[in-house]
Design a protein around this ligand. Sequence first.
Ligand code: NAP
Length: 288
Amino acid sequence: MKAKRIDGKGISDQIKQEAAQESTALQAQGIQPCLAVVLVGNDAASQIYVNNKKKACEKVGILSRSYELPEDTEEAALLHLIDQLNRTPDIHGILVQLPLPMQISEEKVILAIDAQKDVDCFHPMNVGMLQTGRKGFLPCTPAGVLELITRSGYTVEGKHCVVIGRSHNVGKPIAMLLLQQNGTVTICHSKTKNLKEICKQADIIVSAVGKCHTVTADMVKEGAVVIDVGMNRDDNGKLCGDADFDAVSEALGEQGAISPVPGGVGLMTVAMLMHNCIVAAKLQNNLL
Ligand code: NAP
């Protein structure tokens, strides 16, 4: 018997619906939530991501303002734009789509965004807020992972959670959120020895590596939950996650669960961005 397929579409729709209700309530108080979306250059994947985010805004009742800059934009020009957006009171969130062209320092750009408008939650101030368990933004993909788990009816408390990947924006904050939910967390990475044995002990595995077939059937325990963050292309150019989906699903059995790619974490990232835009609008109007 195969594992339950975690319904990223249904859960992300639910979160967007909640954001839409909150947007309507804010508008009734004269506040129109608004997101500035900045895209530099012609990266095809970035254009798709940005369009998906703008479409989601429209659906949820969040105004989006687009700033499309050429590939050869100088760092100073982008920093100047961010400064203007920081000072524009009716813009609540600022999203600069990464990666940026070589001549622009991502670090400088992240630091330039007003922490109260940092809906991606990349600013060190917001990272620190997350680490210390204070109220504020949660990073979209990690928060989406947690929502997928909890809204599917699974609890984290007391569970052995194995996170594969330790990047600043994905693996580490996922581990931190699971820890805050009282999970017992093991973080694995490219230098981890015995990855298979460690994963075999996990009640919850979150894979954020970026390589097809990182999680195979012989690595999972029956009844475990697998959340697949990976967004990869297989040899035929087809979108796939880190897990060998069909075989892992079979090994997890009917008591287990697995999130698909596509249809899992990717949808949650956009939904949590909508949630963060509402948080930003509230923060800046002293409603939080
Ligand atoms: P990243 O910065 O490249 O980090 C990958 C991590 O995986 C690193 O910590 C690396 O370890 C670890 N790793 C690499 N090979 C490994 C192996 N064989 N065994 C165990 N660990 C290994 O990537 P990222 O930005 O975190 O993204 C990870 C994946 O998530 C990518 O596929 C990305 O496209 C996807 N993603 C999806 C969404 C979404 O919305 N669905 C959002 C963001 C990212 P070291 O630290 O030792 O190098």
